[in-house]
Design a protein around this ligand. Structure first.
Ligand SMILES: [Zn+2]
Length: 237
């Protein structure tokens, strides 16, 4: 074998070694990069929810401890809680989850523009009685959902306009309307302003109380029990 062929053989072995090392490095780095992106999106979304909840609670301070309706009709069309809370939000762009953006969505029932990724718990308005439910009357605010993730409703036919919901009722009522865009988990902020990432407990209605029941983790659709005081008994699932 000539000296040239020996040198060529060594060079080829070096190249193969480098390619193998690069492949191993890429295999290690790819899941780490994906995890980092997932974590950044999740944390940004949690921050959005905290900031929006602060705005809602500030609004409530100015309105006898009550929140605004999720949506309402005006002579100029429908408006939502987002429109009312805007003056309390010091920064634009907080209403979009980076993992679940809804830039061109319309509200799924009344079909007005709703390019946002979050929905307000419907129970704070016209559910237990007509008008708003005062936040001070809420016994377990840290266990009651204030805002959940909505964003584009999944499973719509291709080409159909993106639809989203501005109010939250129950994950089992319309599972496609309340996604879990963070690696199978959903971000939620409770009525005391603390935000968490949780695994939704009920995307189906069996063994689940749609009015009071558990959303996931230690967060419930309402209060962990009854709306006005029966917090001594076991919360509904
Ligand atoms: Zn999110």
């Amino acid at each position: 074998m000539s000296a040239f062929m020996v040198r060529a053989g060594r060079s080829i072995r070096k190249i193969i070694l480098w390619v193998a090392l690069c492949a191993v490095a890429l295999a290690i780095a790819s899941p780490l990069l994906a995890w980092r992106t997932y974590e950044l999106d999740r944390v940004e979304c949690l921050s959005n929810l905290r900031r929006i909840s602060e705005a809602l609670l500030l609004y409530a301070q100015d309105h006898n401890g009550c929140l605004m309706p999720p949506d309402y009709s005006t002579p100029h069309g429908y408006r939502t809680w987002v429109d009312i809370s805007r003056s309390y939000l010091g920064q634009r762009g907080l209403n979009t989850c980076p993992a679940n953006p809804a830039p061109h969505c319309i509200q799924a029932i009344h079909h007005f523009p709703y390019p946002h990724s979050y929905a307000l718990n419907k129970r704070f308005w016209n559910v237990f009685f007509k008008g708003p439910f005062p936040l001070d009357n809420l016994e377990l605010a840290d266990q009651t959902a204030l805002l959940v993730e909505s964003g584009p409703i999944r499973g719509r036919p291709a080409g159909k306009t993106c639809e989203s919901l501005d109010f939250y009722w129950d994950t089992a009522w319309w599972p496609q309307a309340y996604p879990s865009p963070h690696n199978g988990k959903m971000n939620v902020v409770a009525a005391d302003g603390h935000a968490v990432t949780l695994k939704v407990a009920h995307y189906a209605s069996s063994h689940h109380n749609a009015l009071y029941g558990r959303l996931g983790g230690r967060i419930f659709n309402w209060n962990g029990g009854h709306p006005n005081g029966d917090t001594g008994s076991a919360p509904y699932e």
